[in-house]
Write a protein that binds this ligand. Structure first.
Ligand code: SF4
Length: 406
């Protein structure tokens, strides 16, 4: 259990850095190998660069190895992924082992959704974070631990900010109130057999993070890191006031796509506007006409009756084709404008992913216990026809899709 080093924390940035150094001095030396779970967002980028500064300045001893695991979900906000690529080049030029961690092809967001037919994630059916962020990280960590033959100290960018001094529980909620999607999950779910986790920025306030990224880290004295562009990628000064969070472009779980909205206020990223179509598309895909539904009398693998007999299931093949076409249209619109204005193109769906989605559709691929013969969810049935599509129904979906036994 991480010790409460941060009592009464209402600190300046320099005090925050001192406490981070203290935390690493207490817990670091018991591990020969350290790793950093880096999402490319503000918190984990602050963590990465402050740890580098503390090591390079001799304020904390260097571990035998430091490995940076960059979680590339393929869904990152474009300005952040460009900023991450520049940081990776800087890290590698200083001899840091950076590994880009990608989900397996069939597990990627769009491939899973449109190829296998699993509906877009929601607050009650959140398949995305474990699948595109945490599990690939676990797999890479296993490889790393296998290669070095010893447990790793995994550093994460989890923060509780101002509440650190009075709240003894670390909120593991993923991606709310300015946090980065995934960080809490890394802290909570990476297996103890492979790593111990430490959150050296636990006590940092969001203003400490911005100050570090914008002013300190880019200065030569603190490492000369290209972190200003990361802060800018959140949408400039306004982002600071809004305690901006980030995650996937068009995150299906956020009420508003605030990260993209803020980025679109900057002239150089205006051409990403067509991506605003992602959230409405996810909402549309969840409608009954785009889903299948098991008729009444459905049973689980153990023979017991499923509670909600009218719940909705996977995406129809037509819905998947429609979704694929719409995303490709958005991408083509962005890239046409990118070409016209000399801006970088995007590839939220690359040719290999498109080919794999089509292959899975052609092979009539469905989630477990579904085969595509089920009626559409908007068709009336003898059992009383389509009923509620409400949160309760969504809660059942993990089981419904065979992703989790109830
Ligand atoms: S940012 Fe949103 S869509 Fe992306 S993994 Fe996190 S919760 Fe899922």
């Amino acid at each position: 259990m991480q010790k409460r080093l941060f009592e009464g924390a209402k600190q300046t940035l320099l005090e925050a850095i001192d406490l981070t150094a203290e935390s690493l001095l207490v817990y670091g030396p018991s591990h020969r190998h350290w790793a950093i779970a880096w999402s490319g967002g503000k918190d984990s980028s602050a963590l990465l660069t402050v740890v580098m500064f503390l090591i390079e300045s001799g304020r904390i001893p260097s571990p035998e190895t430091l490995t940076v695991l960059y979680a590339d979900t393929r869904m990152e906000l474009l300005p952040l992924s460009f900023a991450a690529m520049r940081m990776i080049a800087q890290l590698r030029s200083r001899g840091v082992d950076v590994r880009v961690v990608l989900p397996e092809m069939d597990e990627r967001f769009f491939v899973y959704m449109l190829g296998r037919g699993v509906p877009p994630p929601s607050n009650t059916f959140r398949w995305c974070t474990p699948q595109i962020k945490v599990e690939p990280m676990q797999a890479e960590l296993s490889r790393l631990v296998g290669a070095i033959g010893g447990k790793v100290l995994m550093l994460t960018g989890v923060r509780v900010g101002e509440s650190a001094s009075r709240d003894s529980r670390i909120s593991m909620a993923c991606g709310v109130n300015g946090a980065e999607c995934g960080q809490g999950w890394y802290q909570e779910t990476l297996p103890e057999s492979l790593c111990d986790t430490l959150a050296p920025l636990l006590h940092w306030r969001v203003c400490n993070v911005w100050e570090w990224l914008r002013i300190f880290a880019p200065s030569k004295r603190y490492g000369g890191w290209d972190t200003g562009t990361i802060a800018d990628a959140y949408g400039g000064e306004e982002a600071e006031e809004k305690n901006a969070r980030t995650g996937c472009v068009g995150c299906a779980l956020c009420e508003r796509d605030m990260a993209l909205d803020l980025v679109l206020t900057l002239p150089e990223w205006e051409y990403l506007q067509p991506l605003k179509g992602l959230k409405p598309l996810y909402r549309e895909l969840k409608l009954p006409r785009n889903r299948l539904r098991k008729p009444g009398g459905e049973t689980r693998a153990d023979g017991t009756l499923v509670k909600n007999q009218y719940r909705m299931g996977p995406l129809t093949m037509d819905a998947r084709r429609m979704g694929l076409a719409r995303i490709l249209e958005m991408q083509a619109a962005v890239n046409a404008e990118a070409t016209r204005t000399g801006r970088p193109p995007i590839d939220i769906l690359d040719s290999a992913e498109v080919a794999r989605i089509k292959e899975l559709i052609d092979a009539n691929t469905w989630p477990r216990r579904w085969d595509g013969t089920e009626p559409r969810a908007d068709e009336p049935t003898d059992e009383g026809g389509p009923t509620l599509f409400d949160e309760l129904e969504e809660e059942q979906e993990l089981v419904n899709l065979g992703l989790e036994e109830s």
